[in-house]
Design a protein around this ligand. Structure first.
Ligand SMILES: NC(=O)c1ccc[n+]([C@@H]2O[C@H](COP(=O)([O-])OP(=O)(O)OC[C@H]3O[C@@H](n4cnc5c(N)ncnc54)[C@H](O)[C@@H]3O)[C@@H](O)[C@H]2O)c1
Ligand SMILES: CC(C)C[C@H](N)C(=O)O
Length: 366
């Protein structure tokens, strides 16, 4: 893999490879863009088959966070970490502490939180070594687990997408096919069930499926069947790249709206959804509830303020559909433009020299 060529493709600032033999830590921190502020993004722990696969995931996810944070109006850049390993077998305290020390070494350029395979308990171990971590235990004044808030944002965003597709944002009586019933999707199913939606669920973890069947009367299907079920809305809440050449022809839904990051395998798959008249709620906007919540910690966490901001996801999704219609473009491009334009505006307004807050300007270095 030609790493610098890869980094140039989407103008990545920094890739940090972290290795600690003692604990078995092998992590890649990707800092994509810090124009808006420090790069904030979660840590994913996954059993990647190859190092290349891990690097690819880190950079795709890191760039996604730049767009997510920009579109959410946060003063934060984008980054992400992947830890190579099985989250069920390979975790230990030394690993997360070693990782925390690497983050500390970046001196605030990168702030972490949870993602697939990591928990509040893991963040607490990272916190033993660095302050640049959010989503730790509420006992520390933190916002805690971001997943239920991501779920709330995804629910609100799904309603905005239903409004676009059906002219009514009620989900009562709608059938929602949910892929992956993990930390985000379980509370999402709870909101949907409460509103009277019917649920079809799948997961590679049979226990997760069973929980949803028992709690919400969901219908269970095999993982490869979820794309072709008779439903109104498809909610991808597992891994990325699931909107692709194989799955699109199977879809019978009118709406794709879920929490997974990087849902479109390639951009052209967003065009394909558009061509088929399927309303797509751009992933990095509909799933921004968690980051909006943890970002509030930077101001001294206030739950009410954070939730109010999460509710703006409805308006953001609606605005994206309006821009898409106005400019005759698919929704994923409208969302990208919204984020890119904000970054450009801030980049331009920062073009003047400003002595920084710590007084370390050029003269002080003499
Ligand atoms: N947790 C958050 O706050 C948050 C925020 C924004 C985006 N996201 C994204 O949402 C998605 C889910 O995150 P999560 O925190 O709920 O993760 P999770 O690990 O708790 O849940 C994911 C679930 O998907 C299942 N799964 C994996 N591959 C599957 C497959 N091929 N078919 C069916 N099920 C499969 C897993 O078994 C697991 O139960 C991820 O893409 C994540 O990056 C999460
Ligand atoms: C900072 C986080 C809550 C990150 C989250 N996993 C996301 O993808 O948005």
């Amino acid at each position: 893999m030609e790493i610098f060529k890869k980094m140039e493709e989407h103008d990545y600032e920094q890739l940090v490879f972290c290795q600690d033999k003692n604990s078995g830590l092998k992590a890649i921190i990707c800092i994509h863009d810090t124009t808006l502020g420090p790069a904030l993004g979660g840590t994913r722990m996954w059993n990647y088959e190859t190092e290349e696969e891990a690097i690819e995931d880190a950079i795709r996810l890191g760039r996604g966070m730049t767009y997510k944070n920009a579109a959410a109006g946060l003063n934060l850049g984008g980054g992400k970490t992947v830890i190579i390993g099985d989250p069920l077998k390979d975790k230990n305290e030394e690993m997360f502490r070693a990782f925390g020390r690497f983050i500390q070494g970046l001196n605030g350029r990168y702030i972490t939180a949870e993602d697939v395979g990591t928990t509040v308990a893991d963040m607490d171990m990272i916190h033993e070594e660095t302050d640049f971590v959010t989503g730790i235990s509420p006992a520390f004044g933190s916002s805690g687990n971001p997943s239920p808030v991501t779920a709330y944002g995804a629910y609100i965003g799904m309603k905005a997408a239903a409004m676009e597709a059906y002219g009514d944002d009620s989900l009562e009586g709608k059938t929602v096919a949910v892929q992956g019933v993990g930390n985000v999707a379980y509370p999402l199913c709870e909101y949907l069930h409460k509103e009277g939606a019917k649920l079809i669920v799948t997961d590679i973890n049979k226990e997760a499926v069973q929980r949803a069947v028992e709690a919400f009367g969901a219908t269970a299907v095999e993982p490869n069947e979820i794309y072709s079920v008779e439903a109104d809305i498809f909610a991808p809440c597992a891994m990325g790249a699931i909107i692709n050449d194989e799955t699109i022809p199977q879809l019978k839904v009118k709406v794709v709206a879920g929490s997974a990051n990087n849902q479109l395998k390639e951009q052209r798959h967003g065009d394909e959804l558009e061509a088929r008249g399927i309303v797509y709620a751009p992933d990095f906007v509909i799933n921004s509830g968690g980051v909006i919540n943890v970002a509030d910690e930077l101001y001294g966490y206030n739950n009410e303020r954070a939730m109010k901001r999460v509710e703006t996801i409805y308006d953001s999704i609606t605005r994206i559909f309006e821009i898409a219609k106005r400019d005759g473009i698919p929704s994923y491009i409208a969302a990208d433009r919204m984020a890119e334009e904000r970054i450009e505006r801030v980049r331009n307004s920062r073009s003047q020299f400003l002595r920084n807050g710590h007084g370390h300007d050029i003269l002080s270095r003499r």
